[in-house]
Design a binder for this molecule. Structure first.
Ligand SMILES: *[C@@H]1O[C@H](CO)[C@@H](O)[C@H](O)[C@H]1NC(C)=O
Length: 323
């Protein structure tokens, strides 16, 4: 509880420094421990999948394979400017073999389980992913754990097996596993600018992960956090959550409920078509190769027939000549 209010005060102060205009922060729904382990009921929030209340945290997944769990706010965000602060703790037995990670959402469809860190693919809205899996097989230019933010209008799949960063508007590397203290993320969405701050030291020292301008998100979406485990696992714990409505003086509220999520600047483009699976790829290339051999073979046969015919004609001509 103490941590939570301290967190808030620091952050409000931080905000005032950041913005010239004063912002009135209206606290909407906060969540902090101790929780009543086993009850499974929270005001304003819904749990799904493996998510359950432990004493000091909401455990989205235990440190067991193939689990997915999430927590979503029951009320849509109607404010144009908001903040989402989450204190989380990722920890497990694995030293290098662990997975998969956490996702922070501002999305149209809450409580929809799926493959993207425990939530649905082809999502509409904002997804901020903390991928804790070091995937040596995939080509990428960043270290893990890696935080990546994606704005999707529901038309693109999430490519977890590659870099998981298609459509990224910003990202950064962070320490996020097996730390003694919980980490904190502060997601700030003010005047179409999305900024993500992290405190991974447990010392109230905030660092900016990224700042993206020209991010257009509708009103009426839901805040949530989800996690999943695969073959390898981790405990994905949520220690505290705060959602804030920021009221900027003199700013006229806009009904943005019909806006399609859109980011003006992408760091990494979307992958339009999912790449063919390795087997399919081989099959296509081998059938192509087969076709080439077939066509080539016919050409060779035709040429040989032609050559023989020519030779035969020449011989016939020669014989005719001699006689
Ligand atoms: C969704 O995003 C893609 C890529 O930015 C774009 O081509 C498409 O038109 C968008 N759909 C809508 C409904 O805006």
């Amino acid at each position: 509880m103490r941590t939570s209010s301290k967190f808030l005060t620091i952050f409000s102060a931080f905000l005032c420094v950041l913005t010239i205009e004063a912002i009135v922060v209206k606290q909407e729904s906060s969540l902090y421990g101790p929780y009543e382990a086993g009850t499974g009921h929270l005001a304003y929030w819904g749990l799904s999948g493996s998510a359950h209340l432990a004493e000091t945290a909401i455990r989205l997944t235990p440190d067991e394979a193939a689990k997915q769990g999430s927590i979503w706010n029951n009320y849509a965000i109607l404010s144009n400017d908001w903040e989402f602060h989450v204190q989380f703790h990722i920890h497990g037995k694995g030293v290098h073999l662990n997975g998969n990670g956490l996702a922070f959402w501002y999305a149209r469809d809450p409580l929809t389980p799926g493959p993207v860190f425990g939530s649905r693919d082809y999502f509409s809205g904002l997804g901020i992913f903390i991928d804790t899996v070091e995937n040596a097989a995939a080509p990428h230019n960043h270290r893990h754990p890696y935080l990546s933010a994606v704005v999707n209008n529901g038309s693109f799949p999430y490519h977890h097996d590659e870099q998981g960063t298609a459509g990224q508007i910003g990202g950064c590397h962070l320490q996020a596993r097996n730390l003694e203290w919980p980490s904190k993320i502060a997601i700030s969405y003010i005047s179409d600018v999305l900024t993500v701050f992290l405190d991974t030291q447990g010392t109230e020292t905030w660092t900016q992960c990224f700042r993206a301008v020209g991010v257009h998100l509708p009103t009426g979406y839901f805040l949530g956090v989800s996690a999943n485990t695969g073959e390898y696992s981790d405990n994905h714990d949520i220690v505290a959550i705060t959602t804030l409505d920021n009221i900027i003086p003199d700013k006229i509220w806009e009904d943005r409920s019909y806006l399609v999520p859109y980011a003006e600047y992408l760091e990494i483009p979307f992958v339009a078509e999912p790449p063919p699976k390795a087997e399919e790829g081989e099959a296509t290339s081998s059938s192509l190769f087969g076709k080439a051999v077939y066509v080539g073979g016919i050409a060779v046969v035709l040429y040989v027939v032609y050559a023989i015919f020519k030779k035969y004609k020449a011989q016939k001509k020669e014989r005719k000549h001699r006689s």
